[in-house]
Ligand binder design. Structure first.
Ligand code: SF4
Ligand code: SF4
Length: 513
């Protein structure tokens, strides 16, 4: 029976049908899937990986949800075998460019499945565990954030449960021993099993007939427009590449094109002598409707970070942020961020302050409660004796395992607290932190996208003097037509911050609908 499911729901339902143990790393990008899987998750990827690996050694199946940005940690176990199957779901970040995991999979010699639509999610676990069992090694699957949200009719395969396998201590299989012959044999057997699996792999599908052929890698399927006489070869596996299947496909069409994220497959096809024509067989405007506006790179109306970014800008502080939507504070309307690094902004801010001691007391690192919780003891120790301060958002809609207060108290870090929608509290909090480096300002607020909006505010045009103060709040709901401010009622989230800075109180609370 077919059911309407999002990719996230399809994965969660399939996991329940697979009788597998679920583990995960709790990050912003993995949280919603872990919630559906009823798994609290660990704060560190190493812990989630080790729990899954231990489960597999014991002979059971393990599903482990990780952030795609943590995939490199898998190198620590990639050359070991597994008992029961292990499937690592690698979830991409919403606000970061998608990482190409294919080179990593090749380097680790672990197969990478690339589901493209919710139906693929419904069958992913069955295929992934079957492959993991066949090659006696973990299997990776790349899941983009858009796939978790995309919904369509799906059908769940039946009868894929598994029983606990026997356990035997096998050091060369589960423990890395330098030069162990058994391990080399194990890797050679894995390669052989993978090649034989490729020949019968269900991960390559051909759709349509025509003289024009298009090879599409997973995750790009949604970019293919409906076209007549177009034959599509959808690759559901990022690595290894099924060159024989691609060669057969290329011989069945006159013109061959390639649609892939990044540039991994193109040089492999060129080296294999498979001719691919440049570009795509359609004009670019056929893929994206010009009627769909792109999301402007600005903080949302009602964003809980807006007040503190505004205040830090007024205080002429240097601001470093975690990657993710917080980096939108660098957008044109706010221009309130100096840098966004690869890891914790604490390290970035401390690096900045070390080379600019004059700015040290006015250097801030902004991070989510999850990012704050992920900081190592050593990093928090360095921070507490540094000349910078931190601002952490405690978002009730996205709680971390430890509250920001618990993390700070464990490290003797002084705490100041403020409501994210009260400019006066934020100003007092920021000033107190600037006077006491190594302290943290904990903001209470919720992501505007996850919270129900308050009634929209409105500008009394009789009172408005056109001073433009409110525009400095950088809110996309505020415009300035005919020399006075106006608030778009469909966009305003009713946070009230702009009203706090209007010198003549021209911005007023709206009525409840
Ligand atoms: S109250 Fe003001 S700052 Fe808040 S969302 Fe509405 S327009 Fe933007
Ligand atoms: S701050 Fe107040 S007076 Fe100034 S432009 Fe905005 S609404 Fe008008």
């Amino acid at each position: 029976m077919k059911e309407w499911k999002s990719g996230r729901e399809a994965l969660a339902q399939a996991a329940k049908g697979q009788v597998c143990f679920v583990f995960g790393e709790r990050r912003q990008e993995t949280a919603s899937l872990l919630d559906l899987l009823e798994e609290p998750g660990c704060s560190r990827p190493e812990e989630a990986i080790d729990r899954a690996f231990g489960t597999s050694i014991a002979g059971a199946r393990a599903l482990c949800v990780l952030s795609a940005s943590s995939a490199g940690v898998l190198s620590r176990i990639s050359d070991l075998g597994c008992g029961g199957g292990i499937l690592f779901l690698l979830v991409g970040q919403e606000d970061a460019p998608p990482a190409d995991l294919r080179p990593l999979a090749q380097q680790l010699e672990l197969p990478l499945l690339t589901p493209a639509v919710p139906q693929d999610c419904a069958s992913l676990l069955g295929e992934g565990f079957a492959l993991s069992g066949k090659i006696a090694a973990p299997v990776l699957a790349e899941v983009g954030p858009w796939l978790l949200d995309a919904a369509s009719m799906v059908e769940f395969p039946q009868g894929q449960s598994a029983s606990l396998l026997d356990y035997q201590r096998e050091s060369g299989r589960f423990v890395r021993l330098p030069g162990a012959e058994k391990q080399k044999i194990q890797l050679a057997e894995r390669r052989k099993a993978l090649l034989s699996w490729l020949e019968v792999s269900p991960c390559v599908t051909r759709k349509g007939e025509g003289e024009t052929g298009l090879i599409v890698t997973g995750g790009m399927a949604h970019s293919v427009p409906q076209m007549e006489r177009l034959a599509v070869l959808q690759l559901g596996m990022g690595w290894p590449v099924n060159l024989e299947e691609i060669r057969r496909f290329s011989q069945s069409v006159e013109h061959l094109y390639l649609l892939e994220k990044g540039r991994y497959l193109a040089p492999i096809l060129a080296e294999a002598g498979i001719p691919v024509e440049p570009g795509l067989p359609w004009a670019p405007e056929e893929t994206i409707s010009p009627d769909l506006p792109a999301r402007p790179p600005q903080l949302c109306p009602g964003c809980p970070w807006r007040g503190v970014l505004y205040t830090l800008k007024k205080e002429k502080a240097s601001v470093f942020v975690e990657s993710g939507c917080l980096s939108l504070g660098a957008g044109l309307l706010m221009k309130g961020v100096d840098g966004c690094g690869a890891g914790s902004p604490l390290a970035l801010a401390m690096g900045f302050a070390a080379s600019r001691p004059g700015k040290a007391g006015k250097t801030a690192a902004l991070l989510t409660a999850q990012g704050w919780e992920r900081c190592s003891f050593a990093q928090l120790g360095d921070f507490s004796s540094s000349r910078i301060f931190a601002v952490v958002l405690e978002d009730a809609a996205q709680p971390a395992q430890l509250t920001p207060q618990q993390v700070a108290r464990a490290m003797d870090i002084p705490i100041v607290e403020a409501d994210s929608h009260s400019l006066s509290q934020i100003r007092d909090g920021v000033r107190s932190c600037m006077a006491r480096p190594g302290s943290v300002l904990i903001l209470h607020g919720s992501c505007a996208a996850k919270e129900e909006s308050l009634p929209a505010h409105r500008v009394d045009r009789e009172l408005c003097t056109g001073c433009r103060q409110c525009l400095r709040m950088g809110c996309p709901a505020i415009s300035f037509p005919e020399h006075k401010s106006a608030i778009d009622p469909n966009c305003c989230a009713g946070c009230g911050l702009c009203g706090e800075i209007c010198p003549v109180k021209a911005i007023q609370k709206g009525e409840k609908a």
